[in-house]
Design a binder for this molecule. Sequence first.
Ligand code: SAM
Length: 229
Amino acid sequence: MRVLNIKDFAKYETYLRDNDTELEKLVETLTINLSYFFRNPETFFFLKDYIFPVLKRKKDNLVFWSAGCAQGEEPYSLAIMAAESRMLDNVKIFGTDIDRRVLDVAHQGLYSDIAFQYTPDDLQKKYFKRVSDGHLIDTRLKERVSFLNVDLFATPPFGPCDLIMCRNVMIYLDRNAQSIILRNFYDHLNADGYLVIGKVELLIGIPEVELFNTVSRVEHVYQRKEMPL
Ligand SMILES: C[S@@+](CC[C@H](N)C(=O)[O-])C[C@H]1O[C@@H](n2cnc3c(N)ncnc32)[C@H](O)[C@@H]1O
């Protein structure tokens, strides 16, 4: 509104409706796309050591969803952990974001040094190729990850999922919005499916929290309850 010198919300809404490119610009301005590979690495190693073996035993066509995936660092980190667990071919991973700009980067799979500050060296060497302008993700991982422009408040065109990772997204939203999203996740998880939220996120005072059991209080891993209360 400041850029356009529009003083009230109603006028801005009219401008938004009349100008096709403005919504995209608004989304770009409001979203915070900061991410890294292996952000909170201990969470990824917890999944690899304790959750993936359970899922692997259960079935051989698993669906993972990284909701609010930014430039793809999170879904590709899940793919690396799946590869390390020898289950990459059994997993389909979806990365979704509301911001189309970041999804273009994710599709390309090319990253600068800064994205790797939490990545163990051996994994970076194993799964990325050094090219002149950065680090390119291995094509085997790329084939297992699809990126889609999906709003968290809408119904994704895939699922049900065995694991949903949604970290550092809900922290920016109010309780009412968090409730809607948690219910959406519940509806898109298989029975006993897992939900992982951000390490700094606390979903206190939201009734939908009751739809999940706590698996790890430290890593913020939850599991869909069989029956809602
Ligand atoms: C701070 S990044 C977190 C990235 C990654 N999950 C992580 O923890 O490193 C938040 C991402 O959520 C996306 N986002 C925000 N609101 C969204 C919505 N309603 N639907 C889908 N994605 C959304 C933003 O565009 C941004 O890329």
